[in-house]
Ligand binder design. Structure first.
Ligand SMILES: [Mg+2]
Length: 314
């Protein structure tokens, strides 16, 4: 199977969007963005043994390669439009490519994004997606938009992907580990937060690190009430310190963390964006992220982040 066969067989699909003038197959794609829109461009690489354990199902690698990029578009309030894929493969295994492309295309279809170009190379397994989304001109959400007096919210539950990854690395099979293997980018929520949220980020590196980026970019501090963190039954069943450490520092959840003024509360409650929202704290003057336990005392996780692929704490 050569490079052209791979693209033709597994990745060349009819474009659904009418703003794709030229898609896969020429030297470049030609795209016609609608007037009055800004383009948001994101790119992310997933590498075998670094972002997913060896033995991860090919469908899940295809899904994740796209999902991590869609999550960045969600955090910017953008609607996915077009993407390219650069795939590096140790060997052209048709069965693996069939499964990878199935996971990739299934998410692409549900998100309404068209593949308009790409490249395949031989080498250690990795996949790089560059995705482009659209927002109304001037309407992109930013990390730097938080102000003192705003509340801090997160979508969904935290720590589940970290718990899944722990199981996968311990040799458990893929079943029951969908939060890590098949993360759901919060695209609908991101779009709904336009004009409503202050600072927004997606949680890829853990709440502590990612909320820290909002605080730093906005020039503010953040106070988080640990007792209010949304935890699944599986995470709540862990030893409490372990559950909290996973929830604030494991990452890979791909939920959104955002700030909004108290006046937005009623509109946030009324949002039907397919996911629960939980208020977990407040933006304050100052800097840094403070985690408070139920007695109002500062709490620090055993380590700031997990690096599962390099022997534990990073
Ligand atoms: Mg991000």
């Amino acid at each position: 199977v050569n490079e052209f066969d791979i693209i033709a067989r597994y990745f060349d699909r009819p474009c659904r969007r009418d703003d794709v003038v030229v898609g896969v197959g020429d030297d470049g794609a030609v795209l016609a963005p609608p007037p009055g829109s800004d383009m948001v461009v994101v790119t992310d690489t997933v590498v075998a043994g670094r972002h997913f354990p060896e033995g991860t199902p090919a469908e899940a690698i295809g899904h994740r390669a796209l999902a991590v990029n869609l999550s960045d578009l969600a955090a910017m309030g953008a609607e996915p439009a077009w993407m390219t894929l650069a795939l590096t493969l140790p060997e052209a295994d048709p069965a693996w490519l069939e499964r990878f492309s199935r996971g990739f295309h299934a998410l692409a279809e549900s998100a309404g994004i068209d593949l308009v170009g790409g490249d395949t190379t031989s080498g250690p397994l990795s996949a790089t997606v560059t995705a482009i989304g659209l927002v109304p001109a001037g309407g992109a959400l930013r990390r730097g938009g938080a102000s003192p007096g705003e509340r801090i919210y997160v979508s969904g539950t935290l720590g589940d992907a970290g718990l899944d990854l722990r199981g996968l690395l311990a040799g458990e099979g893929p079943d029951g580990h969908d939060r890590f293997l098949y993360p759901t980018p919060r695209l609908e929520l991101g779009r709904a937060l336009r004009g409503l949220a202050g600072g927004v980020i997606d949680i890829s590196d853990g709440l502590l690190a990612d909320l820290g980026h909002i605080a730093e970019a906005s020039g503010v501090g953040a106070r988080v009430r640990l007792a209010d963190l949304p935890l699944s039954a599986a995470v709540r069943a862990l030893e409490p310190g372990d559950a909290r450490t996973l929830a604030v520092s494991a990452g890979d959840d791909y939920e959104l963390c955002f700030t909004a003024p108290p006046s937005a509360e009623a509109r946030l409650v009324a949002l039907e964006a397919g996911v629960n929202l939980t208020c977990i704290g407040d933006i304050v003057p100052g800097e840094g992220v403070v985690l408070m336990d139920e007695h109002g005392r500062d709490w620090h996780p055993a380590h700031a982040g997990f690096d599962h692929f390099n022997g534990g704490a990073r």
